[in-house]
Design a protein around this ligand. Structure first.
Ligand code: FAD
Length: 392
């Protein structure tokens, strides 16, 4: 016997998209249930994004979960780019008047989970075999298994916030969806360590040995990445080997300041650009990584998830409070317009900073483009505008 319950919006996935959407809907009196296939501990243990745009900060504030972010987050008014051992700085403040915030996705997830628990909104973790039904009808439903019981959630709408490998996008008939994809022949090998960062600002490194990124989560916790082959096995990367590969890519000052230590997390992430169009199928709406992926170079993945959620939450609020479906009807077009600009920037930065080929022409073009970037105020403004986040 199936247990049957009802809600207004069924949200699949308790990543940043699902949790943020749930929080914003709850604030506006819209009933929602989140179904997540993992446990809460597992979701919190995933180390991912760390740079957030002003528009994302504003949205977290609107959701009422921004207090810890403002207390612990690090405001960055610029970024450093190191080309073959020489460092350059691009000031966001000077070029755009704006800044970004460094605050880990893990912390954002925790704040959203705490916020949801505080208002008593339901999240069902360890929800297995989630399946979406009747998405083209006015009475969609979701079936799943939790606590060993078969369950059915009736709803008005389904928000597919279940990431790239989720079930929501896969539910759509292949003929109804168009996928645009670019897979890069490389990945990022990342190490998290409780060591002080080499710099107060992120350093993006372009070097003949390959790309590197010196990032951080706090004044005492660093996040470093180096470009690696997709064939790499994480087991063959003891910490010492990682530090040895990172060091020669840095400039002298960064090398001198680099404090190495044991990794507390180490992983390899493949680089991919992907967009599925449209983002609405009847009563199913996709948001975040469920609809699109960017390579992490431009720090856009989490921020795009937040901008989708902004459009989608407003559309649901309009539907329930104003009895207007205009926002729902325009959701896909509005979200995709912003998504494609972030896809372009992330692709461009990836091609600019990585060793993608051994072709000397490609290397010279990268160097010419970087030289132009550092010398042209117009080019720096374009970079800064995109990095801090384009307006909605
Ligand atoms: C290794 C890695 C590193 C990254 N680094 C950066 C970075 O430095 N900067 C940046 O901006 N972005 C980065 N990203 C991207 C960023 O983390 C994502 O864009 C962001 O997590 C998207 O949030 P989301 O909620 O849409 O999807 P997700 O965070 O993927 O959340 C989806 C949720 O849905 C759940 N789920 C999946 N399938 C089902 C199912 N069938 N039923 C129920 N639940 C399901 C998953 O368990 C998950 O909790 C990184 C991503 C990865 C994977």
């Amino acid at each position: 016997m199936r247990i049957q319950t009802r809600t207004q919006v069924a949200i699949i996935g308790a990543g940043p998209s699902g949790l943020l959407l749930g929080q914003l809907l709850h604030k506006h009196g819209i009933d929602n249930v989140i179904l997540e296939r993992q446990t809460g501990e597992y979701v919190l243990g995933r180390v991912r994004a760390g740079v957030i745009e002003q528009v994302t900060i504003d949205l977290l504030d609107e959701a009422g979960v921004g207090a810890r972010m403002h207390a612990d987050g690090l405001v960055h008014e610029g970024v450093q780019i190191c080309v073959d051992g020489v460092r350059h700085r691009i000031s966001f403040k000077e070029m755009t008047g704006k800044a970004v915030m460094v605050y880990g996705q893990t912390e954002i997830t925790k704040d959203l989970m705490d916020g949801r628990a505080a208002v008593g909104a339901p999240t069902i973790y360890a929800a297995y075999d989630v399946a979406l039904h009747d998405i083209s009808s006015e009475k969609p439903r979701v079936t799943f298994r939790a606590d060993g019981k078969e369950q059915e959630l009736l709803c008005d709408f389904i928000a597919g916030c279940d990431g790239f490998h989720g079930i929501s996008r896969k539910t759509v008939a292949p003929t109804a969806i168009t996928a645009h994809e670019r897979v890069y022949p490389l990945g990022w090998l990342g190490v998290l360590s409780d060591t002080p960062p080499v710099s107060d600002e992120l350093i993006y490194v372009r070097h003949p040995l390959g790309f590197a990124l010196c990032s951080m989560r706090s004044p005492t916790r660093s996040r470093y990445y180096i470009q690696c082959s997709l064939a790499e096995d994480i087991e063959s990367w003891p910490d010492e080997r990682f530090w040895e590969e990172l060091k020669p890519r840095l400039d002298q000052e960064a090398r001198d300041r680099l404090v190495t230590g044991p990794s507390i997390e180490k992983s390899i992430a493949p680089l991919r650009s992907f967009v599925a169009e449209p983002m609405r199928f009847g009563r199913l709406f996709l948001a975040g990584d469920a609809a699109h992926i960017v390579p992490p170079t431009g720090a856009k993945g989490l921020n795009l998830a937040a901008s989708d959620v902004r459009y989608l939450s407003q559309a649901f609020i309009e539907h329930y409070a104003e009895k207007s479906d205009a926002g729902l009807d325009h959701y896909s077009d509005r979200a995709l317009a912003r998504v494609w600009k972030a896809e372009r920037f992330s692709w461009w930065m990836t091609m600019l900073m990585h060793r993608i080929s051994d072709n000397s022409f490609d290397h010279k073009i990268q160097l010419a483009e970087l030289d132009y970037l550092f010398r042209s105020k117009a080019a720096m403004t374009v970079f800064a505008e995109n990095y801090v986040g384009l307006p909605y």
